[in-house]
Write a protein that binds this ligand. Structure first.
Ligand SMILES: Cc1ncc(COP(=O)(O)O)c(C=O)c1O
Length: 411
């Protein structure tokens, strides 16, 4: 452990630098690379055909409205704006055929805490679980988003891994996943990606969610769903199939939402932690503990981005604009995936068709760490070491060169 130097006045002279974040560090190297043809497929932001991460039109419109209507910048409550919380619940749980709110919303057995991004939501979940259920272990898919193990470790929880991918890393091995869950203990937490699994793009089918619901009940696990890409695969309602399956099976659930990607609000830090309990009474008690975790962390969440999200989620006109924009994002992602497969199939023997079966922005490309290094060092093509690519970084200007170079390192 580092102690204050007794012979000098400096506390910090003896500090070594911490290792850079694996993904953000690569992004720094990309920025410093002078090659004009460099390609960045590392970071987790959506990019349009011109390589720009756009501000959604619905957000621009909401922002104009907010300028005229906002009357104060005073603090929000500890768990954020109640209007935002309700809008998030309606988005997650949907309505029935008559347009009536889901039973979970009507019975008030869900509570929502607005959070600084999806990361903030996960950390609140971790802090709450550690405080009230310190012996729970958090089960993460192998692989998972690189920040998951670190967030739960920082909250003081033990993490374990469950199997996820098949042997060639192109699809799900559901039997292996279920076999890993035999090792869980009652009270353990099972983290699941709601859709568009990061880093693999490999999701569970509706039937598999159903089967999982029975396993969760039988083994007495608490599902924690990370919902960072709702609307990026098939649609807002379709992408919530895992959430609705577990909730309709009568399970208690925790859900961490991010609005960084689906509303493009990255830097505004908009997220939410929603907890579904068996009753309104237990939901309220849980919220009181969640609020004490927040109070000693950042006290209360940032206001502006959540106000924009609330406007879009609760105004029919703005929501229509948003749905159209999201449909455009989905169409572009699917088009890039199929174009990439066609281009690669033209250039090499290996079959890349699995890329078309994966969902959202990320895919496991099957590239080895050696090939990833070669792409970066020789061709200024930046891909995360495990071979994860952000397909939204591919566009008509760079796809030819990208595929040529991948074919070269695979030869
Ligand atoms: C799976 C997953 N969860 C959570 C997050 C965090 O999102 P945010 O940027 O809103 O903190 C991300 C962001 O990349 C993610 O991929």
């Amino acid at each position: 452990m580092t102690t204050a130097a007794s012979t000098s006045n400096s506390f910090f002279d003896s500090l070594e630098s911490a290792p850079p974040d694996s993904i953000l560090g690569l992004n720094e190297s990309f920025k410093n690379d002078p090659n004009p043809d460099k390609i960045n497929l590392t970071v987790g932001v959506y990019q349009d055909e011109s390589g720009v991460t756009p501000i959604f039109e619905c957000i621009k419109l909401a922002e104009k409205q907010l300028v005229d209507t906002e009357s104060s910048k005073s603090y929000l409550p500890i768990n954020g704006s109640p209007e935002f919380g309700l809008a998030v619940q309606k988005l997650l749980f949907g309505t029935d055929d008559q347009g009536t709110d889901h039973e979970i919303v009507r019975s008030k057995r869900a509570v929502t805490a607005q959070s600084p991004g999806g990361t903030g939501a996960l950390r609140i979940a971790g802090d709450f679980l550690q405080k009230k259920f310190p012996n729970s272990r958090v089960w993460l898919s192998a692989p998972t988003w690189a920040n998951h193990p670190a967030i739960f470790a920082a909250a003081g929880l033990e993490t374990k891994n469950y199997s996820y991918l098949n042997s060639d890393k192109t699809g799900l091995d559901f039997d292996a996943m279920k076999a890993s869950l035999d090792e869980t203990r009652p009270g353990d937490v099972l983290l699941l990606h709601g859709c568009c699994h990061n880093p693999t793009g490999v999701d569970l089918s509706a039937d598999q969610w159903q089967e999982l619901a029975a396993i969760i009940r039988q083994r007495q696990l608490l599902p924690l769903i990370d919902c960072a890409y709702q609307g990026f695969n098939a649609g807002i309602e379709e992408d919530a199939v895992g959430i609705s399956t577990l909730c309709n099976a009568g399970l208690e659930v925790m859900i961490c939402s991010s609005f960084s990607k689906n509303l493009g609000l990255y830097g505004e830090r908009v997220g939410a932690m929603t907890l579904v309990a068996d009753s309104e009474k237990s939901a309220k008690a849980a919220l009181s503990h969640i609020k004490s975790c927040i109070r000693v962390n950042y006290s209360n969440p940032p206001k502006h981005g959540a106000a924009l999200a609330t406007a879009v989620l609760s105004d029919d006109g703005l929501r229509d604009v948003w749905f159209k924009e999201l449909a455009g994002v989905r169409a572009r992602i699917k088009q890039v995936r199929s174009q990439f497969v066609q281009e690669m199939n033209r250039r090499c023997e290996s079959d890349f068709s699995f890329i078309e079966n994966q969902n959202g922005m990320f895919s496991f490309s099957g590239l080895t760490p050696l090939q990833v290094d070669q792409l970066r060092n020789e061709y200024s093509i930046y891909i995360v070491g495990v071979g994860r690519i952000n397909v939204a970084g591919i566009n008509s200007n760079n796809i030819e060169r990208l595929c040529d170079c991948i074919a070269k390192v695979m030869a």
